[in-house]
Ligand binder design. Structure first.
Ligand SMILES: [Zn+2]
Ligand SMILES: [Zn+2]
Length: 298
């Protein structure tokens, strides 16, 4: 009998569907194909907008608020903090975008591969009919990436990539640093408004007062919107890492088939072994230790 979980999986399970002869081997890859980049117009546009919004915030923070300020120490400290966080946010975004999230090799549903699994009677392997691959447990097919992704959480157009086993750290850092620069810019806007109300408006910015107000209000909206959005996303991601249940598994209420681990072990599986400052660095590729062998047979 099919369980709830089996009914929900986007796969075909019976042996009759496994027609390895229909799976043509994938074409030979050229060097450009080795760089993971999803050619999706909507995703590319969202990714470009993300970068432009960060640069807009940079512009307002530096040219409207920090450079005209008379308090040099305030400007230097806030300038360094804001630029560092913005740099880390953009590096996290870039790495989340160009890191293979854990794609299952295309077209591996070949006769040889299935035979190599040495299936016993009653054992089932899952084949993705869309990308002709035998997918490991917890992998799902993404229709944008056109691949099966291991531990796929969701496809995020803002990073133009799936969030999966290999790039979740970068995605979590991206949401965290965007939330931090949003909060930081909101605090600076509030302080700047207070300062300008006390001082002469013409002296608190090198731009005209109306331009200054419009630019600051736009930054305020941007900061609020992205603070809420990324803080919620960050919380959701950390929760799903701690409970070791991906967004898709929560959505589909999939039955847990994998071993339960402690929250700390789950965090280390995403951010790397052992705990270090590298957890906060998007420049460091997480050392995920000895990864669990991929389970093809259910
Ligand atoms: Zn697939
Ligand atoms: Zn995807």
């Amino acid at each position: 009998m099919l369980t709830q979980n089996h009914r929900f999986r986007d796969i075909e399970r019976a042996a009759v569907y496994l027609q390895p002869e229909k799976c043509v081997p994938p074409p030979a890859q050229d060097s450009m194909d080795k760089v993971w980049f999803i050619k999706d117009g909507c995703g590319i546009a969202c990714a470009v907008v993300t970068w432009m919004l960060v640069f807009y915030a940079e512009f307002v923070v530096i040219f409207i608020m920090l450079l005209p300020s008379k308090d040099i120490i305030y400007s230097i400290v806030n300038g360094i903090v804001f630029n560092m966080l913005a740099f880390l946010a953009l590096v996290s975004h870039f790495r989340a975008m160009i890191t293979d999230p854990g794609a299952v090799p295309k077209g591996n549903a070949t006769k040889e591969f299935i035979e190599s699994l040495q299936l016993k009677p009653g054992q089932v392997v899952y084949k993705c009919p869309k990308c002709c691959s035998i997918k490991p447990d917890r992998a799902h097919h993404c229709s944008v990436c056109k691949r099966c992704i291991r531990k796929m959480d969701h496809h995020c157009p803002w990073v133009n990539n799936c969030v999966g086993e290999n790039n979740q750290k970068f995605f979590v850092l991206f949401t965290m640093y965007i939330a931090l620069i949003s909060l930081h810019s909101l605090i600076m806007v509030a302080l700047h408004f207070l300062y300008c109300f006390e001082e002469d408006w013409t002296k608190c910015s090198s731009f005209s007062p109306p331009t200054t107000v419009i630019l600051l209000i736009l930054l305020c909206f941007e900061g609020l919107l992205f603070l809420i959005f990324t803080a919620v996303m960050f919380g959701t991601q950390v929760h799903s890492i701690c409970t070791d249940e991906t967004g898709i598994e929560q959505l589909k209420k999939e039955e847990r088939r994998w071993a339960k681990k402690t929250k700390w072990m789950n965090l280390k599986a995403v951010f790397g072994h052992p705990f270090s400052i590298a957890w906060l660095s998007p420049l460091a590729m997480p050392d995920q230790g000895k990864a669990d062998p991929y389970q093809y047979v259910v």
